[in-house]
Design a protein around this ligand. Structure first.
Ligand code: ZN
Length: 492
């Protein structure tokens, strides 16, 4: 029997503001969409936390036996610098600053994004669509919103008519904002804008002559608005009404609010059954910000090359630290917090190694099946990972007691204990043994050192074809050799 039939999962729905029993639209199947990154810079650690939270959700739903289609997009066009539809396209701006093609920016930071998520052991989504790959779908959506009278065209750009929409629907239903309050709190238009009202948002923007990323449309050569792409891609792969839509808390308004409005205006229905929002990551009690210097990126955190932490932290330790807070709480990243997670993580891993060697007895002094139920109850209570981890440490205590001869366990209970620990620690929380990562990189370094040695021998024998081949093929794998007077070093 599928586990989801035995367990009642409750999910906090941001739309209703309550924990609701999770019942997918189609029994046994779950469609989940999560807003992905705008690939114009290295991925922010706060975003890593968001994607890690939804990775945990994805893993648990799969563990329960659901067939999950998880769609996470890549925003490679249309994301302007501010929410009022002004400023430059973020990717175009970066491309201009670096004097390279926008698609080079997209490629570079998409690769970085994948590498970082891979390092933290996130599973890839089922589909990872890009905004530029779905221009036709976006144009069709805009046309249907215009046909339904809820968008207007001005000077080649198309805007969503929020005021008109609000006459028949509730704009602000997700973020609990009222249009009257929004009107009250927004400055009037400066006369430069094509919009009827400041609350309206762009569905299509006419491109300036210098704008490189542009596509033909019935209205102008231009590009789609940022909010639109998620409506186009989520409904294309998951249907007009799907189970879970996730993202960071900062996307609730206006991004997700606009997604609801676009879906209502084009398809006549709300798109999502359960809206889920992951909370923010702070650093030493304050908002992370490059401009104030209170900032650390994933690579700096893992390498130890930063002025904020006392040392480097293993990705599994960082992941464990993040899982020790509920995805809905603000989490404060500190050196002390990471250090205590590191100690806890090592204790957990040592206990897991010990399980296989424990002696068995005729009876158990600990109720293993009740403990297993408690683990499920924690996860079923809106993915409460801190409570789950507290239960995992009860098992650690018990394992150590058995090992010291102060408690006993039967063979079948031991098997259940081992199985449950492996399931929650590795499959659901997505943690990895420290040695596993360490051994892989040690082996790789050893292999590269060997190739460097063979290359030196080839050069000594004047076999430059072979020495160049070694260098070039390593470069293709992303491993760069650097020759200097002191010898050859490598980086990847
Ligand atoms: Zn989105």
């Amino acid at each position: 029997m599928q586990r989801y039939k035995q367990h009642e999962l409750k999910v906090y729905n941001s739309l209703s503001g309550t924990k609701e029993t999770f019942t997918p639209i189609t029994d046994g199947y779950v469609g989940m969409y999560v807003c992905g990154p705008t690939v114009y810079s290295n991925v922010h650690l706060g975003n890593v936390r968001t994607f890690m939270s939804f990775d945990m959700v994805f893993r648990y739903l799969k563990h329960l036996g659901y067939k999950v289609r998880y769609v996470r997009n890549i925003t490679d066009a249309g994301h302007l610098e501010n929410d009022a539809d002004s400023g430059e396209d973020k990717i175009t701006k970066k491309a201009r600053l670096e004097a390279i093609e926008p698609m080079e920016i997209v490629q570079r930071y998409t690769v970085d994004f994948h590498n970082v998520l891979n390092t933290f052991n996130l599973l890839p989504p089922s589909i990872e669509p890009t905004a530029t790959g779905h221009i036709i779908e976006q144009i069709e959506l805009i046309q249907s919103i215009i046909d339904n009278g809820l968008a207007y065209v001005v000077n080649g750009s198309v805007y969503f008519d929020v005021h008109k929409y609000n006459q028949t629907h509730e704009y602000g239903i997700l973020s609990k904002r009222k249009l009257e309050d929004l009107i009250h709190n927004t400055r009037a238009l400066d006369g430069q804008s094509d919009k009827k009202n400041p609350q309206d948002f762009a569905l299509w923007k006419k491109a300036e002559p210098s704008h490189i990323m542009r596509w033909p449309s019935p209205w102008s050569d231009g590009f789609p608005g940022w909010h639109l792409e998620c409506t186009a891609m989520s409904t294309k792969y998951l249907g007009d009404y799907f189970d879970i839509h996730g993202g960071g808390m900062d996307l609730k308004f206006p991004h997700h609010e606009c997604e609801i409005a676009q879906n209502q205006a084009s398809k006549g229905q709300t798109p999502v059954k359960y809206w889920m929002h992951a909370n923010m990551l702070e650093l030493n009690g304050a908002r992370m910000s490059k401009s104030t210097g209170n900032y650390i990126n994933p690579a700096e955190l893992l390498s130890g090359e930063n002025n904020i932490m006392s040392k480097a932290y293993n990705p599994s330790v960082v992941r464990f630290f993040m899982m020790q807070a509920s995805y809905r709480s603000v989490l404060d990243l500190t050196d002390a917090g990471l250090e205590s997670s590191e100690k806890g993580f090592k204790r957990l891993m040592e206990a897991i190694k010990l399980v296989a060697k424990l002696p068995t007895a005729a009876n158990s002094t600990f109720q293993i099946s009740e403990w297993q139920q408690a683990c499920y109850q924690a996860m079923n209570d809106d993915f409460n990972t801190p409570i789950l981890i507290a239960h995992l440490f009860e098992a650690v205590k018990y394992i150590n007691q058995i090992n010291e001869g102060n408690a006993t366990i039967t063979a079948s209970d031991l098997a259940l204990l081992q199985n449950t620990l492996n399931t929650f620690v590795f499959d659901v929380l997505g943690l990895e043994e420290l040695e596993k990562a360490d051994t892989a990189s040690t082996k790789l370094s050893g292999a590269v050192e060997l190739l460097i040695k063979l290359r030196q021998e080839a050069r000594a024998n004047k076999d430059f074809a072979l020495s160049d081949q070694i260098r070039d093929e390593l470069a293709l794998l992303g491993i760069q050799l650097k020759d200097s007077r002191e010898g050859t070093t490598f980086s990847y």
